[in-house]
Write a protein that binds this ligand. Structure first.
Ligand code: NDP
Length: 330
């Protein structure tokens, strides 16, 4: 098996050299275990936090041990009666070509008429996150105006479409023209944050939706949060999904200077972790699997080819090098 490790905790944005591709023979398959040839690997922003060596809501990566992450693949050998050779499965043994895991950490892919990698994106953890953030945390209602940051990413691109279906004005913040164009093609008003300070961004958001927002779906933090706070309606709800602009900060992060807007607008701001709400995943895919299969939900992918490219794919998340879900195809 070939797999990636790190041998040090990164400071700031990790160097490409942090990631070591290693190789070792797998032990003989034990009773209850499954061996899987991975076909697609997911790289996700939260993995940066696991590199710091501290436990947050999830254990840190162990130095020198194979990194982990969501993956889909095909069973090549099974000593668990629930799986047989050829089964398509999802599991957390990513960042490697061959995974060997206890069967209870492996799940069969549902059989909606979608490409298997959709279960790492729109029908996987990121898709479920978009749904949970809007419905459970922000309690979105018909006609709500919704602002979404990192709006063309894996989570954001579904969040804007789910929000749009509620009928209000939806504004998406994103980095480059291709992403803005995609958003506009979905009927979403698109605002770029590039080269702007919080005050300028706040003005541009206001121009896109002068009435303000009932919901802010937060993926970025920093200036996006500051600009969003200036544009809340009274009683707004903020679902804090992520703050990717801060994940590589080396010192304390500057907070928004206008947190008092929470008070002035009587707003509620709540963080969440999708796995606390994983009981909704099955209902989510049963509702959205058919819609994705019929093309009623649009999703995009950015694909790097080959296991060697996994760290590059991961690092691109922090420079906006992905549109939709960032994936590695093996
Ligand atoms: P994305 O597909 O959205 O990829 C990350 C995107 O973030 C980039 O493409 C880039 O888009 C944007 N970005 C990166 N750095 C910055 C920056 N400094 N300022 C502004 N934008 C930036 O990733 P995901 O959809 O997987 O994740 C989105 C967010 O959701 C993350 O914050 C992640 O941590 C969070 N998350 C939280 C979960 C939870 O349970 N709470 C679960 C899953 C994800 P652009 O070109 O627009 O800059």
């Amino acid at each position: 098996s070939r797999y990636f490790t790190i041998h040090d905790h990164p400071q700031g944005l990790p160097d490409r050299e942090l990631f070591k591709l290693e190789e070792s023979d797998l032990p003989e398959l034990q009773d209850g275990e499954v061996r899987i040839r991975n076909t697609w690997l997911s790289v996700d922003p939260y993995m940066r936090g696991r590199m710091d060596g501290v436990t947050t809501y999830i254990e840190p990566f162990e130095l020198g041990k194979p990194l982990e992450g969501a993956a889909v693949g095909e069973v090549i050998e099974s000593r668990d009666s629930r799986f047989k050779e050829g089964d398509k499965v999802r599991h957390m043994g990513g960042w490697r070509d061959i995974a060997q895991l206890p069967g209870n950490q492996v799940e069969s892919l549902p059989d909606f008429d979608v490409p298997e990698q959709a279960y790492l994106g729109v029908l996987g953890m990121p898709g479920t996150t978009a749904w949970v953030g809007l419905n459970i945390i922000a309690e979105i209602k018909e006609g709500d105006n919704v602002l979404v940051s990192a709006a063309s990413g894996a989570v954001g691109s579904l969040a804007v479409q789910l929000a749009k279906a509620k009928g209000g004005t939806v504004v998406g913040i994103a980095g480059d023209q291709k992403k803005l164009d995609w958003l506009e093609s979905k009927g979403i008003k698109a605002v770029s944050y590039k080269g702007k300070d919080a005050r300028q961004l706040s003005e541009d958001i206001k121009n896109a939706c002068p009435e303000g927002f009932d919901v802010y779906y937060e993926n970025v933090g920093g200036d996006c949060l500051e600009a969003a706070l200036n544009n809340l309606k009274v009683g707004a709800r903020i679902a804090v999904c992520g703050m990717i602009s801060r994940y590589n900060d080396e010192g304390p992060s500057a907070g928004p200077s206008n947190l008092a807007m929470i008070l002035i607008r009587r707003a509620r701001m709540q963080g969440f972790i999708v796995f606390d709400h994983w009981q909704h995943h099955t209902d989510f895919i049963n509702e959205f699997g058919p819609k994705v299969a019929k093309g009623e939900i649009d999703y995009q992918e950015t694909v790097e080819e080959g296991l060697e490219k996994t760290p590059d794919a991961f690092l691109k998340l922090f420079e906006g090098g992905n549109q939709g879900k960032m994936l590695v195809k093996l």
